[in-house]
Design a protein around this ligand. Structure first.
Ligand SMILES: [Fe+2]
Length: 161
């Protein structure tokens, strides 16, 4: 495998990561219907996530590759976390916030690695596109970080009733 094929492989991982995240976020948006601010922010990030998948697909195609349907490492990781969140409980918002916060940081790490790779290969247009995705993930991670204490508070209040 040459370095270009390796890059395509990693971009494909990012593509399937976005696709699996879209499904997770849709479930979490439903769970957050009682919290308009969180619901609106997740809904916005679903739109961003769809755009990111398209952007990554465009990068793959501009390098002469095509998207494959391989399951991402993130999908596996999220599956494990979701397993524990499947029981109905008053702490759904906390579990979801932890999952989403972890997922955004997984994405941040992935895009940093991809941006480095793009620079290494002299693919500056692709580096720019991936950097704009990175900023969206960082914004979402910040939002989730700010919301986590309130979610914890809400779950503790519900548990003590
Ligand atoms: Fe994303």
């Amino acid at each position: 495998m040459n370095s270009r094929e390796q890059f395509l492989d990693w971009l494909n991982d990012a593509y399937s990561m976005e696709k699996s995240l879209e499904e997770t976020l849709e479930r979490h948006a439903k769970d957050a219907e009682g919290d308009p601010e969180v619901h609106a922010r997740i809904t916005r990030h679903i739109e961003e996530t769809r755009g990111q998948a398209e952007t990554v697909k465009g990068c793959i195609e501009s390098l002469g590759g095509s998207v494959s349907g391989v399951k991402s490492a993130l999908a596996g990781m999220m599956g494990a976390v979701q397993g524990m969140a499947n029981r109905p409980a008053g702490d759904t918002m906390v579990k979801n916030a932890i999952t989403d916060y972890a997922a955004e940081h997984f994405e941040i790490a992935s895009y940093r690695a991809l941006i480095d790779t793009a620079h290494e290969l002299g693919e500056e247009q692709i580096a720019l596109k991936l950097t704009s995705i990175l900023h969206q993930e960082e914004d979402m991670a910040r939002f989730l970080e700010e919301k986590l204490p309130g979610a914890v508070q809400g779950a503790l209040t519900a548990a003590s009733r």
